[in-house]
Design a protein around this ligand. Structure first.
Ligand SMILES: [Zn+2]
Length: 253
């Protein structure tokens, strides 16, 4: 499945997700019963788009949080020679720190693996080893759902699930690209094992403010550089009053 995202390919309209009533139908996630929340983020922004509400919940429950930044996101503008002159890795990592600060996390703990953006699958062994060395049995690990639809995301989801199962930790899968390609009425997403986390007005506002920190993804980088990677209408998916997580501990392998 090719993931095409531009102004002409805006994916499943947000109105269809809203009409699907996920907010009412899915069971609540409940409190975070873990000694630590580990957020596996393939690219600098996924941690906020996919789990910005959950991070805030952990902070409010005084659960320590750590982000595992798998890549630096340096390949977000592959066809732009002008973008290549920028240090996109540094720009995107700075945006992530700013965004996490906007969530109320003043000194975010981020472990950077520096795997090549777009080549996580090719470097799966390195990712597996890193996660195996970090994960502990009482952690709650949240990573992209393993069928999210972007190769880097899917590999992160697979690796996190394997590492979690090896130590007996709980894993949740967050959705980023599945909102783009999936059908609310379809069976691609296992809704029966999905859980929702409701965001307070304050938490929702913070997440929206945090998502606006990723200027390199949501705006044109300059006149000679291609348009935003994430067209504005797509961002609505990440401003909802709830987040959805696939509970991999009850999902069949
Ligand atoms: Zn990503």
């Amino acid at each position: 499945m090719a993931l095409i995202v531009d102004d002409k390919h805006l994916g499943t309209p947000e109105a269809r997700w809203r009409d699907a009533g996920l907010h009412e139908e899915l069971l609540h996630l409940g409190p975070i019963n873990a000694r630590r929340l580990l957020v596996v983020s393939p690219h600098p922004d996924d941690e906020v788009f996919g789990a910005g509400g959950l991070i805030q919940a952990a902070l409010s429950q005084r659960v320590p949080v750590e982000v595992i930044a798998v890549t630096d996101g340096e390949a977000s503008h592959p066809n732009s020679s002008a973008a290549a002159t920028l240090n996109l890795a540094r720009v995107r990592n700075d945006e992530s720190c700013e965004a996490l600060g906007r969530l109320g996390w003043r000194s975010p703990l981020i472990t950077r693996l520096h795997l090549a953006d777009g080549a996580v699958t090719e470097n799966r062994n390195e990712l597996d080893a890193a996660l195996a060395s970090i994960l502990l049995p009482d952690d709650l690990c949240v990573a992209p759902w393993r069928y999210d639809g972007h190769p880097d995301h899917d590999t992160c989801g697979e690796s996190a699930l394997a590492a979690s199962r090896a130590v007996g930790a709980r894993t949740l899968g967050f959705l980023v690209w599945a909102w783009h390609w999936a059908d609310p009425e379809g069976s691609n997403i296992p809704w029966d094992v999905c859980r929702r986390l409701d965001l307070s007005r304050r938490a929702r506002a913070r997440k929206r403010w945090a998502s606006a920190a990723f200027n390199s993804q949501t705006r044109s980088l300059g006149p000679a550089i291609e348009d935003a990677v994430l067209p504005a209408p797509l961002m609505r998916r990440f401003w909802r009053p709830y987040e959805v997580f696939v509970d991999e501990t009850v999902s069949t392998p």
